[in-house]
Design a protein around this ligand. Structure first.
Ligand SMILES: Cc1cc2nc3c(=O)[nH]c(=O)nc-3n(C[C@H](O)[C@H](O)[C@H](O)COP(=O)(O)OP(=O)(O)OC[C@H]3O[C@@H](n4cnc5c(N)ncnc54)[C@H](O)[C@@H]3O)c2cc1C
Length: 325
């Protein structure tokens, strides 16, 4: 096993549009700056893309010490394999002890693959990060049902994804000159060719808070079209938990809960939803609540009028067949 002491520094994987840093990454910079100060190491960022203008300079207004830049026209848009390869190669070369990603579609695609290749752990959807200074250990805090769990990774680098929107945005501070490291790499994008870029729908198709029937989907639903068919059958609308929205499967306007919307339809069918406190607060006032979950201990059953213990991929078609009859 590699020696954990060879790892030093905190890295943030920065998402951006040209020279504009995404909000989620600004939040990571705020967390990363605190962690780096506690550990008395550099805060570094990895930026991959094309035509990023003054991005590295902009990062230095947020307390970044070192910016690693990989710039190439083929990296204009995120694609998994080249971003994965570059990120893994640079982490292996520079050995940061902590690497932060956002729980965005990009972060959630990239971080687990990188962790897997580096044979380290990954704690996803963290809402806070702290340091155990004595052990130089990252304390990774994330919701676990109604509780907050603190987890550690015993090998390095310690990698996390952080939930967007839970960390206050840092102010753009004084410019502090840091170091920019331009990385030259042969980039092989293999057979990837972007044919079309489809923008997420801006106009929502119906307001969730006005619907009498909501079919809410959570991480347990792997086939969204089944839930769509059930919604169609009942004249309802699809709602979602936060991870579904974060994965880009439904627009933010469909999120139900503490961060999302509070709804009170006549019928609420929760499919593959665990029933975290942050979700329950948004739907507990619904009329009839039906929950489908494979885990009989899922907290959603505590607020459900009817609970179906079973696999959504079997239960939903059975419900549709019964409704059609
Ligand atoms: C500050 C803050 C605000 C938040 N705000 C919100 C919010 O507004 N809305 C929100 O939803 N979340 C919110 N969250 C996130 C929340 O804590 C939970 O992480 C989220 O609700 C969990 O979503 P989920 O139930 O889809 O996923 P999970 O918790 O992963 O649950 C998936 C469930 O699916 C079940 N399952 C798996 N496979 C199947 C199958 N084949 N058939 C049936 N069941 C299956 C599992 O048993 C499990 O219970 C917030 C978190 C924080 C920290």
């Amino acid at each position: 096993m590699e020696n954990n002491n060879q790892y030093r520094g905190v890295w943030v994987f920065v998402e951006h549009k040209g020279s504009q840093i995404e909000k989620c990454s600004l939040e990571l910079l705020s967390l990363g700056r605190n962690l780096a100060s506690e550990l008395q190491v550099d805060l570094s960022t990895l930026v991959i893309g094309n035509l990023m203008g003054r991005l590295s300079e902009e990062l230095m207004y947020y307390g970044v010490d070192v910016v690693y830049v990989v710039e190439n026209p083929v990296l204009e848009r995120y694609t998994t394999s080249p971003y994965h390869k570059i990120t893994c190669d640079l982490i292996k070369e520079y050995r940061p002890e902590i690497v932060l990603f956002s729980s965005t579609p990009i972060g959630m695609d990239l971080a687990p693959r990188v962790a897997c290749e580096l044979k380290t752990g990954l704690v996803a959807h963290c809402v806070d990060l702290k340091i155990d200074k004595g052990k130089r250990q990252l304390l990774q805090i994330c919701p676990y049902g109604d509780y907050m769990a603190t987890m550690i990774t015993t090998v390095k680098p310690q990698m996390v994804t952080v939930q967007p929107g839970v960390t206050p945005l840092p102010p753009r501070g004084e410019f502090k000159q840091g170091q920019t490291v331009q990385i030259e790499r042969e980039i092989d994008i293999g057979n990837i060719k972007i044919i079309e870029v489809v923008k997420p729908e801006k106009a929502d198709m119906g307001k969730i808070e006005e619907s009498d029937v909501i079919i809410a989907i959570g991480r347990g639903v792997k086939n969204m079209s089944l839930a769509e068919k059930l919604a169609e059958c009942l004249g309802g609308i699809l709602g979602a938990t936060q991870p579904i929205v974060d994965a880009g499967l439904l627009p933010e306007s469909r999120m139900i809960g503490q961060t999302g919307k509070a709804v009170r339809p006549k019928v609420y069918i929760a499919c593959g939803i665990s029933g975290a406190g942050q979700h329950i607060v948004g739907m507990k006032n619904s009329g009839l609540i039906v929950a489908i979950n494979t885990d009989e201990k899922a907290p959603i059953f505590k607020v459900a009028d009817y609970g179906i213990i079973g696999d959504v991929s079997k239960v939903i078609p059975a419900l549709i067949a019964a409704l059609n009859r």
